[in-house]
Design a protein around this ligand. Structure first.
Ligand code: UDX
Length: 446
């Protein structure tokens, strides 16, 4: 089938490449000529495991092409995926200007039936806005060409996006037209393993499903973070509690890891946007508000622990940070806890020696050269001479370090573990103090 994807960002590229991989003829359109030139010369503008290889393979097979020519895009595909950004407005609601601009451009150039597929995360009601936009342009052009708008939200996890697309848990298709649902079913047939994973529903429910999924996951995390703070106050161990409650299949083990807060391009933005949508319609979403507030507080927790440990005397100290991306296997630092931590340390007059397996360039891009930020070439160099080691992202390679080497390298022997990933008893045995989330601090025997 012929497919056009508007927006060659994260979602658009992954969608395009995976649809090409199963044999479709995909044309990706983006307004940024630099990005399209890069893609046409074999480069990939984002880091995502497996993406480079699939882009190469499908480009060489001629099934995946890139252009800035919107008209060619509209002429190409029966399916017109809209996968452009929806950055948050100042009030947290999603800015639809790029989505609506694509809708207008499709309406401007279409000369036969087209299916517009909303892949970007958009507020409930966006499909109606897209349809109105198309209708208006068609009216102005004096034609009554047929079209449909479908809500088909993505559920990709950064770092596992290719696998999530190729082997989805569910494929949500929101459309009021049964014939369009069947066309989408045919397009997605190669991804429907073992049993039917396509769930067809009305458009608004599909739009809300995306927000509901992310808000639910964010709620699980904030709930555990709230509980971890209670565990500390009452003298319990949140990790024991986690295992204790996760064993109930109604609760489950997934997404109940306490830590120094969630980040990324989805959870913070989507929780806020859903809150905004509800508020704009006169409903006060108290739980969503609390989920966001708890997360905000959690991002400041490690800094507060450090501040307390050093009796407020942070000026001139240097701290080692392991992990800068908002989660492992990505260089994405949007809303990352590391940023809140580094900025607080800098404000307090401390400096940072940081290492991340892939997010170093991104850190440099965000913060530039500054005297209070040293980016080291490996994890152990960051620790050299530092007043403490802080673990912020749960990369596997940080899980079992040599505590003896860390003890030797640090000038104050203390680890702050923002993700509870290293073994505190081993750290203590090596002569280090160990502070984590939701558990009592461990200090070496005097
Ligand atoms: C998320 C959803 O998982 C995905 O389905 C949706 O399409 C987009 O948003 P992503 O933002 O890539 O994906 O990251 P995810 O792996 O879900 O992690 C989000 C954040 O939560 C990270 O900062 C992670 O460290 C944190 N987290 C996750 C926890 O603090 N505790 C947990 O138990 C799980």
């Amino acid at each position: 089938m012929d497919v056009t994807i508007f927006g060659s960002g994260y979602v658009g590229l992954v969608t395009g490449v995976c649809l090409a991989e199963v044999g479709n003829n995909v044309l990706c359109v983006d307004v940024d000529p630099k990005k399209i030139d890069l893609l046409n010369s074999g480069g990939v503008p984002i880091y995502e495991p497996g993406l480079d290889e699939l882009v190469q393979k499908n480009r060489e097979a001629g099934r995946l092409n890139f252009t800035t020519d919107a008209e060619a895009g509209v002429k190409h595909g029966l399916f017109q995926f809209i996968a452009v950004g929806t950055p948050p407005d100042e009030d947290g609601s999603a800015d639809l200007q790029y989505v609506l601009a694509v809708a207008r451009s499709i309406a401007e150039h279409m000369d036969t039936y087209r299916i517009l597929v909303d892949k970007s995360t958009v507020p409930v009601g966006t499909a109606d806005k897209v349809a109105n936009e198309v209708r208006e342009v068609l009216k102005r052009r004096g034609t009554d060409l047929e079209f449909d708008v479908v809500s088909n939200p993505e559920f990709l996890k950064e770092g596992a996006a290719i696998d999530d697309f190729m082997r989805p848990d569910r494929i949500i298709v929101g459309t009021d037209n049964p014939r369009t649902a069947e066309l989408l079913r045919a397009l997605y047939a190669p991804f429907n393993r073992s049993h039917d994973r396509l769930i067809h529903m009305d458009i608004r429910s599909a739009e809300l499903t995306k927000y509901a999924a992310n808000a639910m996951l964010a709620t699980k995390i904030s709930f555990m973070n709230e509980l971890s703070n209670i565990a500390e106050t009452v003298g319990a161990d949140i990790e024991k509690v986690r295992v204790g409650i996760g064993s109930d299949p109604r609760i489950g083990y997934q997404f109940i890891y306490p830590g120094c807060g969630y980040g990324g391009s989805c959870f913070p933005k989507d929780v806020r946007a859903l809150e905004q949508t509800a508020r704009a319609l006169g409903y006060d979403p108290q739980l969503l508000h609390a989920v966001e507030a708890v997360n905000f507080r959690q991002k400041t927790l490690i800094f507060n622990k450090i501040h307390q440990w050093f009796d407020g005397d942070l000026k001139g100290r240097a701290f080692a940070i392991w992990g800068l991306s908002f989660k492992p296997n990505t260089d994405d630092m949007r809303e990352a806890s590391s940023r809140v931590l580094m900025e607080s340390l800098w404000d307090a007059g401390a400096s940072v020696r940081a290492f991340d397996p892939v997010a170093m360039e991104e850190t440099r891009r965000i913060y530039g050269e500054r005297p209070d930020l040293v980016l080291t070439t490996d994890a152990m160099s960051a620790v050299e001479g530092a007043d403490g080691l802080i673990i912020v992202t749960e990369w596997s390679e940080f899980r079992s370090p040599s505590f003896e080497a860390i003890k030797k390298a640090l000038s104050s022997p203390v680890i702050f573990d923002g993700r509870n990933i290293v073994d505190g008893t081993l750290a203590r045995a090596a002569g280090l103090s160990y502070l984590s989330i939701g558990r009592a601090p461990l200090t070496p025997d005097a």
